[in-house]
Write a protein that binds this ligand. Structure first.
Ligand code: ZN
Ligand code: ZN
Ligand code: ZN
Length: 253
């Protein structure tokens, strides 16, 4: 594919010339292994709600994260990507600055080093974390054990899921194992999902996900004066994210 990791995206037709206007695309030379990073940059950039909010927040001042700053590096790439052109030979945008910023966060490892392949979901997690640190609520308000209120932090307001977990014992009636946490990811075992589909072919995708989650049982917490009987954990989504994506990750050993 040469310089372009993705086909250039035709964004509009020029009013004067009638020619197609293209976005510049992202650079991925042989041996750079930028595909995992480019996939994330491109996906974030195409989410209008995220992109608009990102420009608005990062330009009005943010706390720099890392040296060089991850947020500034992503911002520069977004600005280059949002400059459309009728010249399809225009140079693709290099994601190098973001790569360097990310790898400098982990000086003692080869995490995100140039020329190394990494996992796209790990990059996304780190970018979310940097956003959370750089554009905090002002003043930062912590509610219970939630990471943040989720209202003014872009990472949490767009992608975060606030989950409440608890167990109600059907033997002794004790309510235990309370947990409140914010997460961006819900990882489900794909083969468990396939097994569930074979067992319940008529069920919808979300019902199957629920059934897989119901596979796990824990003891009614003896440390909380519980009776020790196995019960299901209930998960409640208290705040829904604006964006939720399902994806399949293959790992071979
Ligand atoms: Zn910065
Ligand atoms: Zn946050
Ligand atoms: Zn019990």
């Amino acid at each position: 594919m040469g310089n372009l990791d993705f086909p250039s995206n035709k964004v509009m037709v020029d009013g004067d010339t009638g020619m197609d206007i293209y976005g510049p695309g992202l650079k991925n030379e042989i041996g750079e292994y930028n595909c995992f990073l480019n996939a994330i940059i491109q996906s974030l950039w195409h989410l209008r709600r995220f992109r608009d909010e990102y420009f608005r927040r990062s330009s009005s001042g943010h706390v720099h994260v890392g040296e060089p700053c991850v947020i500034c590096a992503l911002s520069d790439i977004f600005i280059s990507l949002s400059t459309p052109s009728i010249d399809t030979r225009r140079e693709a945008v290099a994601p190098t600055s973001l790569r360097v910023a990310l790898s400098n966060l982990y000086p003692d490892s080869n995490f995100f080093q140039e020329g190394e392949m990494n996992d796209a979901s790990e990059v996304l997690g780190v970018i979310f974390d940097c956003l959370h640190q750089s554009l905090p609520c002002a003043p930062v308000v912590r509610v219970g054990s939630w990471d943040c209120t989720g209202l003014s932090c872009i990472a949490h307001s767009v992608f975060g899921m606030d989950i409440i977990e608890r167990m109600n014992c059907d033997n002794c009636g004790l309510e235990s194992r309370h947990l409140n946490y914010t997460t961006y990811f819900r990882i489900i075992n794909a083969s468990a999902l396939r097994t569930m589909k074979v067992m319940y072919p008529e069920n919808s995708f979300d019902e199957l996900l629920n059934l897989v989650e119901m596979n796990h049982q824990l003891a009614c917490d003896p440390e909380d004066r519980g009776c020790g009987k196995l019960n299901y954990i209930h998960h409640f989504l208290s705040i829904q994210p604006h964006v939720f994506v399902t994806s399949k990750l293959s790992i071979s050993f």
